[in-house]
Design a protein. Structure first.
Length: 200
């Protein structure tokens, strides 16, 4: 779905009206829990990705981040080639979490995205739980993830799910792009914020 204002890729859902918006038209405001729009319940399933899922994963990565190659923790990833957990509704992929075994102790979440019309109903949290369970089975001690300094929804989401900020890499994202872009609520995108969750 496209942003209802500018027709760019919509990656968020307005918490008041429910319409799809792009990061450029997203704004922050304080609202009480009584004014939060009630989300419908949706039956969804979580499964591990298969080779035939790579094309749709590549399309989703481009939709959410504008480019298929993603860089995190100083490593560039072609996301469609990574293992992933997928969220599906009636067989359609509506969200995913791609991950990478960084080393013997750490599992890295490379990207996590859920289509706007399915946000706010627990799918992201379920995807996080799936990768945490996988990391625990592989005897990992930590889950790692990073986000940009403007992505306050992601920062809130990860902290609400047990992650803690432990490092900020100043100007990592502006160096990658060769300029300072404007992000959510027109916040200048400069820094990579790294978070971790102990799971041992």
């Amino acid at each position: 779905m496209s942003c209802f204002i500018c027709n760019e890729n919509g990656v968020y859902s307005c918490s008041i009206c429910g319409r799809t918006i792009c990061p450029n038209h997203a704004r922050f405001s304080i609202i009480c829990t009584k004014c939060l729009k009630k989300r419908r319940s949706v039956e969804y399933a979580i499964r591990e990705s298969k080779p035939e899922d790579s094309e749709i994963i590549g399309e989703l990565v481009k939709r959410f981040w504008g480019e298929e190659i993603q860089e995190t923790f100083g490593i560039k990833f072609r996301v469609r080639e990574l293992p992933a957990f997928l969220a599906t509704v009636q067989g359609k992929i509506i969200g995913f979490l791609s991950f990478f075994e960084l080393n013997r102790k750490d599992m890295l979440i490379v990207v996590l995205g859920v289509l706007p019309e399915y946000q706010g109903i627990g799918i992201g949290k379920t995807l996080l739980q799936a990768v945490e369970d996988k990391a625990r089975k592989l005897s990992k001690e930590k889950l790692l993830v990073s986000t940009s300094n403007d992505d306050l929804p992601a920062l809130a989401f990860y902290q609400l799910n047990g992650f803690q900020i432990y490092e900020v890499i100043p100007d990592a994202i502006s160096r990658k792009h060769g300029e300072i872009l404007l992000g959510i609520s027109r916040i200048p995108i400069r820094d990579e914020i790294r978070l971790r969750k102990l799971i041992a």
